[in-house]
Design a protein around this ligand. Structure first.
Ligand code: ADP
Ligand code: MG
Length: 689
């Protein structure tokens, strides 16, 4: 096969391989294997040594063993549920090969009477006889070499056997032998000098699961590169979109700022400047504003919105929950008071009459600023001239959603995302490489730092006393019972128990919120807490990001050792938003691990989300960090941001070379297809509007 054909084969559906029918295809799909190349990323997890052929007098119960034996007799019972048995012999002894759920014809075919066969499987002992149940391999003796060796073992789903998987992998390996390398020598040297096909062979034929081996790293590099490359291409395309620029004087915003009882921090000023340059340019803005919880992103977004409105465009702002929308709406009304800016608010609960009025005034351009939940993006919500979309705290926005958003707004519409999820430095490009990034690093100085304490759970009396005092002085308390098991029911039961316990101590003062409640029920309880109808809110970890609870100044976190650092930090950020001293109380059971102690120490010593994210990554691995689940990083099949930090850096530099000319880029188009990225780029819409 020539090169394009081999490449092409790798991105074909698995059904093009021998032995893949409807059933196997389904089983593979369960393991997210659809293209032929997907088979390759499922690396062997260990190996089975089938290389020691034993005689039948030398068997060890429980051990996976290969035998060379003669088929003597069938024993096919007519009673259901009993296994079919085949009795086999060598000069030294006898063994039963038992089959559950097999067809008679099949057994006769693979084990013909009097034939010499090779069988491999685990040795059992049943009714005084050796036995192998459902052997992994049964082959004619001529094919001994195929079994008599160390065989890689894959993590497979039920029904997909080692034998089947191996057959598939072998078909692919056979075909890629002559596949050419796509990286330049220079790059190859930097990543360990392992060629692609060679690496695939090594990892599959030998048991090569070591993620620091040069072979593994070679393959991981391709994945990282394809990831960065697609984001970079998206960014390039979006930045080519010409728009009608925004024209405004900064004086208007300055006047607004005078109405606040604080002045902007330097970081806030800096990011506003960055955004203003984008707004005034002839090209579409595609920017993310990163800032820790409480760093003051909302005010920034309102000022930016004011500028866009001043230049004659409409603005819409989306937040993930109704309560957050309401809060932004109230704040916006206050900030824009007596400016003549017309603000409205739209959620899933807005009644149809009201919605109709909003629709009409939007089309006429009478509403300047619409704040809402996802309801903003319904088809029948049409703006006269939308100039900016702001998205607040929406973790679920991966690159695909971001492109969709850009397309939706049309070419004159700038895009600003805001996020409090701190991403470690090495990963910023990987997560946000399609966007420009603005960062607020320092929080407003007048914010009181939260005191962070840790206490063993046995000291509950002390803790209750503390809570009682806090209630007396008018403070409110979050009491978080974490989700430890991956089960909503268990998660709920811990919180419920605590709720019942606390309700007895503080009668009529406690509420409970958890993941199995309906949206409306959740909102009702949050509102009650917000309006100070209750003093203590027991919850699982679902306290919404971004909501201001000005009176909640205490957060108690149970089992705090089970949380990652970033998550603890985010939880802690829910309090201390007013100007009263906040307290974060980390409860733990006895016998903290070294790691847990370290986490508590870091948390006590720092209030900087970015620093904490870096430390979290070092301690726990990136997969656990809050917010990453949806950010797309966890979609990596091979790459690991902690172990492969160097590869991310090399890839960042490599991108510039690759994109420096067309021909260079063409070489990598296959790589994008290999990792399912090619389509993403094409979704960017240049022409619309
Ligand atoms: P986040 O970045 O988490 O969205 P917010 O915008 O909600 O943060 O701001 C948190 C709190 O800090 C708000 O109560 C806000 O009024 C206040 N704040 C914002 N900017 C400043 C500032 N420059 N000085 C003092 N307080 C500020
Ligand atoms: Mg916010």
């Amino acid at each position: 096969m020539n090169q394009p054909n081999i490449q092409n084969l790798l991105i074909q559906n698995v059904s093009n391989l021998k032995g893949v029918g409807v059933k196997i295809k389904k089983l593979l799909k369960k393991k997210k294997i659809e293209k032929i190349s997907d088979l390759l990323w499922n690396l062997p997890q260990s190996y089975t040594d089938r290389s020691n052929i034993q005689t039948l007098d030398n068997l060890e119960i429980g051990k996976i063993t290969t035998i060379r034996t003669k088929v003597i007799k069938y024993n096919f019972p007519r009673i259901r549920n009993l296994p079919y048995k085949v009795i086999c012999q060598d000069e030294r002894g006898e063994i039963d090969i038992a089959f559950f759920n097999a067809r008679e014809g099949y057994i006769r075919k693979i084990l013909p009477l009097n034939a010499m066969v090779i069988i491999s499987g685990k040795i059992n002992f049943y009714k005084k006889k050796y036995q192998i149940i459902n052997p992994a391999y049964v082959l004619p003796v001529e094919q001994e070499d195929y079994i008599n060796k160390i065989i890689p073992r894959y993590s497979l789903s039920e029904g997909l056997t080692e034998k089947i998987y191996r057959k598939l992998i072998e078909q692919v390996l056979e075909k890629i032998t002559n596949l050419d390398e796509w990286h330049d020598k220079k790059i190859l040297e930097k990543i360990g000098n392992a060629n692609w096909a060679e690496s695939i062979f090594y990892l599959h034929e030998k048991y090569g699961n070591d993620i620091n081996s040069k072979y593994y790293k070679r393959l991981a590099y391709d994945e990282i590169l394809s990831n960065l490359l697609v984001l970079s291409q998206v960014r390039k395309r979006i930045k080519k979109i010409k728009k009608k620029n925004k024209q405004f004087e900064n004086i208007f915003a300055s006047k607004l700022i005078k109405n606040f009882n604080f002045s902007l921090t330097n970081d806030q000023k800096k990011v506003i400047k960055e955004i203003n340059i984008d707004l005034k340019s002839d090209f579409k803005m595609f920017r993310i504003l990163q800032g820790d919880v409480g760093s003051g992103k909302t005010i920034v977004s309102l000022i930016v919105a004011a500028n866009v409105i001043k230049s004659g465009f409409q603005v819409s702002m989306m937040a993930p929950t109704e309560i957050l929308v309401k809060q932004h709406y109230e704040l916006a009304k206050k900030v824009f008071k007596s400016t003549g800016i017309n603000i409205n608010c739209l959620t899933g609960k807005t009644n149809p009459k009201e919605k109709k009025i909003i629709q009409e005034s939007l089309v006429k351009g009478n509403i300047n600023f619409l704040i809402g939940t996802h309801a903003l993006f319904q088809k029948d919500i049409i703006f006269k001239n939308l100039g900016l979309i702001i998205i607040d705290e929406q973790h679920k926005f991966g690159v695909k959603q971001r492109i969709e958003l850009s397309n939706k707004g049309g070419k004159n519409c700038d895009i600003l995302l805001m996020s409090a999820t701190p991403i470690p430095r090495t990963l910023v490009m990987t997560v946000y490489g399609d966007m420009d990034v603005s960062r607020i690093k320092k929080k407003p100085i007048n914010r009181k730092n939260i005191i962070t304490l840790s206490k063993p759970e046995e000291k509950i009396d002390e803790i209750l006393l503390f809570i009682k005092k806090q209630i007396q002085i008018g403070n409110q308390i979050f009491w978080v019972c974490p989700l430890i098991e991956e089960s909503k029911i268990l998660d709920y039961s811990a919180a419920k128990k605590k709720y019942e316990f606390l309700s007895k101590k503080f009668v009529n003062m406690v509420g409970l919120i958890h993941g199995s409640l309906k949206k409306d029920e959740k909102n009702d309880i949050l509102k009650k807490f917000l309006n100070k109808k209750i003093n203590v809110l027991v919850s699982t970890t679902i306290i919404e990001v971004g909501i201001d609870f000005p009176n909640a100044n205490v957060i108690v976190i149970e089992n705090s050792n089970k949380f990652g650092l970033s998550q603890l930090h985010q939880l802690r950020g829910r309090i201390g938003r007013g100007n009263v001293q906040g307290t974060c109380l980390l409860l733990y059971k006895k016998n903290l691990s070294e790691n847990a102690k370290k986490r508590i120490r870091i948390l006590k010593s720092s209030d900087d989300g970015f620093y904490i994210a870096e430390e979290d990554m070092k301690l726990r691995g990136f997969g656990d960090i809050l917010g990453y689940q949806q950010s797309g990083i966890k979609d990596f099949k091979l790459a690991d941001p902690i172990h492969h930090e160097d590869l991310f850096k090399i890839a960042e530099n490599n991108i510039k070379d690759i994109e420096s000319n067309e021909d260079n880029f063409k070489k990598y188009e296959f790589l994008l297809k290999l990792f399912d990225k090619a389509d993403i780029i094409n979704q960017v819409n240049f022409q619309k509007n």
